[in-house]
Design a protein around this ligand. Structure first.
Ligand code: RP5
Length: 181
């Protein structure tokens, strides 16, 4: 049921998983309640044409699924994992301990502690097990970071990232000019 809900929410957004081709990025999250935030990562990957998949994988509620996802990701063709979680956000770190792939962690603001709990749970990893942590609720940056990482071996993708940066710059300049007139 969760998978069906996930698909329909992503379809509405135009960010549904591109399952026809092998996903290069796996977007996982602890709960379907993380999806309103995590879909921003899917949206960015869709804009850049990067095949990806979206899954609910909980470190605490479905630990066996987390183990099997993390242990099989590399052989499935996944190159980067974006993992979002809130509260006692152990998913990104645990996944990073089980795979050699780069893991980008998204702290989701999910509890009474305003996301600081998620941020600290994800960013304070022990030496030897890195998780590239983005700002609280900033799944957009997780998607952009994944594109930059893939761009190291993909000049077309890197060119599209440069274009995105130019567009962002132009957008700010236009707003600044408008304010002056
Ligand atoms: C975490 O607990 C999830 O990542 C989510 O952010 C938080 C709350 O989950 P729900 O109770 O909404 O399912 O594991």
């Amino acid at each position: 049921i969760v998978e069906a809900q996930l698909k329909s929410m992503l379809k509405e957004e135009g960010s549904e998983s591109q399952t026809a081709v092998t996903p290069r990025v796996g977007i996982i999250m602890g709960s379907d309640s993380d999806l309103p935030i995590m879909k921003d990562a899917a949206r960015i990957l869709t804009v850049f044409g990067v095949p990806h998949e979206v899954r609910i994988v909980s470190a605490h509620r479905t630990p066996e699924m987390m183990f099997s996802y993390a242990l099989s990701a590399q052989e499935q063709g996944i190159q980067i994992i974006i993992a979002g979680a809130g509260g006692a956000a152990h998913l990104p770190g645990m996944v990073a301990s089980l795979t050699p792939l780069p893991v980008i962690g998204v702290p989701v603001r999910a509890s009474a502690l305003d996301g600081m709990d998620s941020l600290l749970s994800i960013v304070q990893m022990p030496r030897g097990v890195p998780v590239a942590t983005v700002a609280i609720n900033n799944a957009t940056n997780a998607g952009l970071l994944a594109v930059r990482m893939l761009g190291v071996g993909d000049t077309d993708l890197l060119a599209r990232m440069s274009q995105y940066q130019e567009d962002t710059r132009d957008d700010v300049m236009k707003k600044a000019e408008k304010l002056q007139t």
